[in-house]
Design a protein around this ligand. Structure first.
Ligand code: HXC
Length: 280
């Protein structure tokens, strides 16, 4: 994690708004998702973060927990989101230890730059399986718990049954060197929309957050600041990369009462970068 907890959280939100809620997050040890989970935990939630590397997941969970004394942040490591059994075990562990799953962030992703002509079929498959199948597996295993959370909270709190997928903006314009990632993210956008329309009547909301380049993240180091191009921030209308606080604010908005009527949407958080070729 690149910053201290207070760097991620705006003062505009009220503490305790997510009290007694549980967020389950894949890719939870990564830069963007760990900041998002920390923001939600800071405001009252407990969390289960799921990651490929056990040590890293445990270290990040401990860091997240520092944001609010008394919070419970569970790490489930050795999870490959391509394997549905891994996710089934993770979701079961989360519910057994923390009691429910009220919110989900599906954020696990893998990507690298590669020209189409050099991209092997196996490499394409690896990214599509991590990003798209990982998102599917996450939704498949957690949506039943989200629906339970909706039923349980009926009449008292509407803050339940919400899923957010972390996508990208590459697929909106087409972006060189990320055919694999862009194809996968298109599928994720559609998956989210399908959930919104099929399960909206049962109280579930499903949205996508599409970040642009975010400072201090592995994605930006891998895909944007490769040392081979110009300074991309000069092409971003708001003149800067996004921050981890921007990522936290987007998730808080969608999970909070402020996001009650938002579903089937893509929240692009990129300073309009994708419109001017400054995207991730
Ligand atoms: C070309 C590459 C490559 C590279 C891997 N491959 N890295 N090809 N350039 N830099 C190829 C391998 O040669 C192999 O193909 C195939 O991909 C699978 O590689 P493995 O190493 O066996 O796969 P795996 O261990 O599962 O690794 C998954 C990975 C890896 C996606 C390939 O990069 C990874 O683990 N990344 C996780 C972290 C990450 O990427 N974070 C950034 C997320 S940012 P062959 O043909 O040799 O068998 C992000 C932003 C979203 O996602 C933007 C969306 C557009």
């Amino acid at each position: 994690m690149a910053a201290t907890s207070t760097d991620f959280i705006s003062e505009i939100w009220r503490k305790g708004i997510f009290e007694n809620k549980v967020v389950f997050c894949t890719g939870g040890s990564g830069d963007i998702c760990s900041a998002q989970v920390m923001a939600i935990v800071h405001l009252g939630a407990n969390a289960c973060i799921v990651g490929r590397n056990k040590d890293k997941a445990e270290r990040v969970a401990n860091e997240i927990a520092t944001t609010r004394p008394g919070s419970r942040v569970l790490a489930v490591g050795n999870v490959d989101v391509r394997k549905i059994k891994d996710l089934e075990d993770a979701a079961t562990t989360c519910v057994r230890e923390l009691g429910s799953i009220d919110f989900v962030i599906a954020g696990a992703a893998g990507n690298f730059l590669a020209p189409f002509l050099q991209l092997s079929t196996n490499a394409f498959r690896a990214v599509v399986e991590i990003d798209l199948m990982g998102a599917w597996n996450t939704a498949k295993l957690t949506v039943p718990y989200l629906l339970k959370s909706v039923s349980k909270n009926k009449g008292s709190s509407r803050l339940s049954g919400r899923i957010i997928f972390i996508s990208s903006t590459n697929q909106y314009t087409g972006t060189q060197l990320v055919t694999h990632g862009a194809v996968a993210k298109s599928g994720i956008d559609t998956l989210s929309a399908q959930l919104a329309i099929e399960l909206g009547p049962r109280g579930l909301t499903s949205n996508v957050i599409a970040p642009g380049p975010i400072s201090g993240t592995e994605g930006t180091r891998r895909l944007v600041d490769t040392g081979k191009g110009d300074d991309r921030s000069k092409r971003i209308p708001l003149g800067r990369y996004g921050s981890l606080k921007d990522m936290g604010n987007a998730v808080i908005y969608l999970f909070s009462e402020a996001g009650d009527y938002v579903t089937g949407s893509v929240l692009v958080v990129d300073g309009a970068a994708w419109r001017t070729g400054g995207g991730a």
